[in-house]
Design a protein around this ligand. Structure first.
Ligand SMILES: Nc1ncnc2c1ncn2[C@@H]1O[C@H](COP(=O)(O)OP(=O)(O)OP(=O)(O)O)[C@@H](O)[C@H]1O
Length: 293
């Protein structure tokens, strides 16, 4: 699947071929302009691919009203109706969503301390994000999509938000996809990771599997030029006479013949981001969301 904005625009997504399992919390990370929002907007049906196709919960995104109700989306700027009060937003939610859960909505509004009588236009950025999250969750969707959901929240509110997110996913039996620059947040809640850089998917998979299949090797400078087959160097840093590399390998760390340490999520992501800044990756074709359990 590819996405280009306008005829002369640059490719925002190139040859993306992803199958994302359902029932997971998926973290989408990558540098500014990588194509994260584009991918999320495609998944919600706000925009269409330029070539290829995308399937979300078994159908074309936003295929019909009932499909729309199965997906909850919170956009990057968490848009709300400024002249409507918090309570009016909930009333609108009841009218527009067949599976609306009023108890969940009211419980959460009071938990996060929002005043039902306050106009949404007067809420702070963080309060607006909380309202938008509540509306998305009270739809009881099967898939929750968040574009940088916690960016406007203070650290305590962010922690609460992430806890709530995990609870929602469990309570609703839903899947969630969230894009974020905050790798700590991703580490805290996501069990599946997609690294998107320069419009291409660099790596995607179960977070634990990815961490198990990568290692940080330390060796004398120059040694990484003659690594045995089966070890793929993702990125290398040099420091004095030694070099340190993030590598992908199916071998156990003890079998690598180098000083090997587990990688952190941050090292893994930065390794792929560094590589993408230098080398383009291989090309692929379609995208399927929530197709496997
Ligand atoms: N409506 C649009 N028209 C033209 N180009 C666009 C449009 N939206 C996004 N782009 C371009 O597509 C590319 C990907 O943008 P996108 O917003 O998907 O990135 P992102 O990874 O979400 O970035 P950020 O982390 O900064 O939010 C960028 O080069 C951007 O300039």
């Amino acid at each position: 699947m590819t996405k280009k904005y306008g005829r002369r625009g640059k490719l925002a997504l190139s040859d993306v071929n992803l199958t994302i399992p359902s029932g997971r919390v998926i973290g989408l990370v990558g540098p500014n302009g990588a194509g994260k929002s584009t991918l999320l907007h495609l998944a919600c049906g706000l925009i269409e691919p330029t070539s290829g196709s995308l399937t979300v919960l078994g159908s074309r995104p936003a295929a019909n009203a009932s499909h729309l109700a199965r997906v909850g989306f919170v956009a990057q700027n968490t848009p709300v109706y400024g002249s409507f009060t918090v309570a009016e937003h909930l009333k609108l939610g009841t009218k527009m969503n067949p599976a609306w859960d009023p108890a969940l909505a009211e419980r959460r509004i009071s938990q996060v301390g929002l005043n039902p009588a306050q106009k949404a236009g007067q809420l702070s950025g963080g309060q607006r994000a909380q309202l938008a999250l509540t509306i998305a969750a009270a739809k009881r969707p099967e898939l929750l999509i968040f574009d940088e959901p916690a960016a406007a929240l203070d650290p305590l509110a962010r922690k609460g938000f992430l806890q709530n997110l995990t609870e929602f996913v469990l309570e609703l039996g839903a899947s969630a996809v969230l894009s974020s620059h905050l790798l700590g947040d991703i580490e805290q809640v996501c069990d599946y990771l997609i690294v998107l850089c320069d419009s291409r998917v660099q790596v995607a998979g179960d977070t634990r599997d990815l961490l198990a299949r990568h290692a940080r090797l330390v060796a004398p400078r120059g040694e990484f030029d003659r690594l045995p087959a089966g070890i793929e160097v993702i990125s290398v840093e040099h420091s004095g006479a030694h070099s340190s590399a993030v590598v992908r390998t199916d071998s156990e760390p003890e079998a690598l013949h180098y000083q090997a340490e587990p990688v952190t999520l941050e090292e893994l992501v930065l390794g792929y981001m560094t590589r993408a800044a230098a080398v383009p990756v291989a090309r692929t074709e379609a995208a399927v969301w929530g197709a496997q359990r």
